[in-house]
Design a protein around this ligand. Structure first.
Ligand code: FPP
Length: 256
């Protein structure tokens, strides 16, 4: 399994385009309510925005796109809304996997999917297998995911793999935890985008967002389009990413 340098160790190459973009797609409900539509209509339009964003990121040369589709906390929503969201995931997987595959996109799902209905789990497995060899863009859907859940499962997995560490916890290093996170195979996000006006991380990739550039927009997710994405990229390009170093060190090309 390839391991990526942690952004806390090395200065990743930053050119124009972020290598890994992570998005909290917020505002579907408000988009619908503002049009006197049921909230679920906003989620349906949200799927169109997902399609547009995947295409725009692939065209721009983004290598990893990670979308927060359903958080561990979203089970608290009304049962009929949860059920419509599950239907939407199923339909999207049934309809879109061929197109993802044709476009060189690899699909991964991270989160505790064991609580999903069997048909959804089966489709997820099939879509991951069918797109596994693709390498143009990795689209990761975080579903029944929570950053705290991820840290707990990583700790459990580490101790299961190396039980001797329980007696010598001082030997546990950052890399040991990072290696067991659900997205251990991906570099940390360079750019985080949240639509819908809230300025929170909301239990998304807590570990991996440590040095990520954060971008917030008031635009509701169903209205998010290529122009919005380009605005986020522009903001990213304008920032100096120092990872704890000084500007002078960066100018001298420091990597240590
Ligand atoms: C947040 O808006 C959105 C969600 C909890 C669901 C996101 C799901 C999709 C965009 C649909 C399908 C996704 C894939 C990957 C196929 P909200 O309901 O919290 O909006 P609000 O804050 O305005 O109420």
């Amino acid at each position: 399994m390839p391991r990526f340098p942690s952004s806390t160790r090395e200065v990743p190459a930053t050119g124009g385009v972020p290598r890994h973009v992570a998005i909290i797609m917020d505002g579907n409900g408000r988009w619908a309510t503002s049009r006197h539509l049921p909230r679920v209509a906003g989620h349906a339009r949200g799927v169109d925005a997902v399609r547009r964003t995947v295409e725009a990121c692939a065209r721009a040369g983004v290598e990893y796109l990670t979308l927060f589709a359903f958080s561990s906390e979203n089970w608290r929503r009304p049962a009929d809304e949860v059920s419509v969201l599950m239907r939407l995931f199923i339909t999207a997987l049934e309809r879109e996997v061929g197109k993802l595959s044709d476009n060189g996109i690899r699909l991964r799902v991270v989160g505790d999917t064991s609580r999903f209905e069997p048909r959804l789990q089966e489709l997820i497995g099939q879509a991951e297998a069918r797109t596994a060899a693709n390498s143009r863009l990795t689209l990761t859907v975080a579903a029944n995911y929570g950053g705290r859940w991820d840290l707990v499962q990583a700790t459990r997995a580490l101790l299961a793999a190396r039980p001797e560490l329980a007696a010598e916890p001082s030997r546990i290093a950052e890399d040991d935890i990072a290696a067991h996170l659900a997205m251990a195979w991906a570099p940390e996000p360079d750019l985080f985008i949240r639509t819908g006006g809230e300025q929170r991380i909301s239990n998304f990739l807590l570990w991996q967002l440590a040095y990520t550039e954060l971008y917030f927009t008031d635009t509701w997710w169903p209205d998010f389009d290529q122009a919005e994405l380009e605005r986020a990229f522009e903001s990213f390009r304008a920032r100096e990413r120092r990872f704890g170093r000084t500007s002078a060190q960066l100018a001298a090309g420091a990597q240590a």
